[in-house]
Ligand binder design. Structure first.
Ligand SMILES: [Zn+2]
Length: 169
């Protein structure tokens, strides 16, 4: 008979944070002014147990993946490469941003991270980090996951959670 037992493990550590700048485009022609947040990340995974170790995932593997993903975007300007209203162009060591065809910002390229999302909302950041986490976990040989929940908090008491059912991976 199929083993239907599942377990949920969660990681949320005080070092799983990133302090980054962003702005969001709104419907119509509105756009937020540039600002930053001290973001916090938490993840929960559900699945069956590893037959030999009796855990869903090795916590140290999960923590090091999340730590690396946070470090990639810490102290950076987060830019959404799939926003149809933004034109993002590299020019020498700069990144030039135009909004609705009008020049808006120029940033040092080394301070920018382009994310393949349409807007840098916490919802999209959570989905991006969840997908990256799954790719990294798979590369580490983690299987049997049935669900991921990844929360990004942008300020105290203000967060979004991305949730995806995975079937049997
Ligand atoms: Zn914001």
């Amino acid at each position: 008979m199929q083993d239907r037992r599942t377990y949920r493990v969660a990681v949320s550590k005080d070092y799983l944070v990133f302090a980054s700048a962003h702005f969001i485009t709104f419907a119509g022609h509105r756009c937020e002014p540039l600002h930053g947040h001290n973001y916090r990340v938490g993840v929960a995974l559900e699945g069956g147990l590893d037959g030999e170790s009796w855990y869903v995932v090795d916590f140290s593997v999960l923590k090091s993946i999340l730590r690396r993903l946070c470090a990639e975007i810490d102290h950076k300007m987060l830019l959404p490469s799939r926003n149809p209203r933004l034109r993002i162009e590299h020019e020498g060591s700069s990144v030039r941003i135009a909004l609705d065809g009008e020049p808006k910002y120029v940033f040092p390229a080394e301070d920018c991270v382009l994310l393949e999302i349409p807007n840098t909302t916490v919802e999209m950041l959570a989905e991006h980090l969840a997908r990256r986490t799954l790719v990294e976990l798979e590369a580490c040989g983690v299987s049997r996951l049935t669900k991921i929940e990844l929360e990004v908090e942008e300020s105290f008491g203000q967060s979004a959670t991305y949730r995806e059912l995975l079937g049997d991976r």
